[in-house]
Write a protein that binds this ligand. Structure first.
Ligand code: XMP
Ligand code: MG
Length: 175
């Protein structure tokens, strides 16, 4: 159990389950990207732990770059991208794997993927650790999904509540 400000969070997905699932996703990526050199596009801040743990299991040679966006205040998506920063390298003709912590309404990734596709990469797939199917509002092709979860607010393993809680190795859910 973890209390942050006015909210209490209870256990949801253990670190062991997260790590085991990440290993499976990495094996799938290793098979599907054999002979390629993908560019991992990590969405900060939330995906930093997922990307780090996933990358450690990848055996295909890959590059890693980081984007920063923010659409979330408190525990509800505003649906508005405040800011997109980063991506200094060319992505033309690159095989992109966009790495995200969670897909909620899908608006963030929908926006990001449109902007990336406009720069003509060779291919683009999405790897998200968590996915809330009931909350999805935009069509998205989610190729690698760690866990489908119910539409509740979660925290930990990169995900925050007002900036706090990203450092817990487990994922917790709002009570
Ligand atoms: P959308 O709605 O655009 O939102 O798919 C994606 C971004 O919103 C954040 N998000 C969450 N953060 N617990 C969090 O800590 C959640 O349950 C949650 N749902 C969405 C997250 O930053 C994600 O990138
Ligand atoms: Mg995020």
């Amino acid at each position: 159990m973890l209390t942050i400000k006015d909210k209490t969070f209870v256990p949801f997905i253990t670190s062991e389950s997260i790590q085991a699932r990440i290993q499976e996703l990495a094996e799938q990526i290793n098979q599907e990207y054999a002979g390629k050199q993908p560019l991992l596009v990590v969405i900060l801040n939330g995906a930093f732990l997922f990307a780090a743990d996933l990358a450690k299991h990848l055996t295909v040679p890959c590059e890693i770059t980081f984007l920063r966006v923010s659409s979330y205040k408190g525990t509800e998506s505003t649906g508005q991208l405040k800011e997109i920063l980063g991506l200094t390298e060319s992505i033309i003709d690159r095989d992109l794997i966009v790495i995200e912590d969670i897909v909620d309404t899908g608006k963030t990734l929908h926006d990001i993927c449109n902007q990336l596709q406009a720069q003509k990469p060779a291919s683009l797939t999405i790897a998200t650790l968590l996915y809330k199917p009931e909350a999805l509002q935009k069509p998205l092709d989610l190729h690698y999904v760690g866990f489908e979860i119910e539409n509740r607010f979660v925290l930990g393993y990169g995900l925050d509540y007002d900036g706090l809680g990203r450092n817990t190795p487990d994922i917790l859910v709002l009570e």
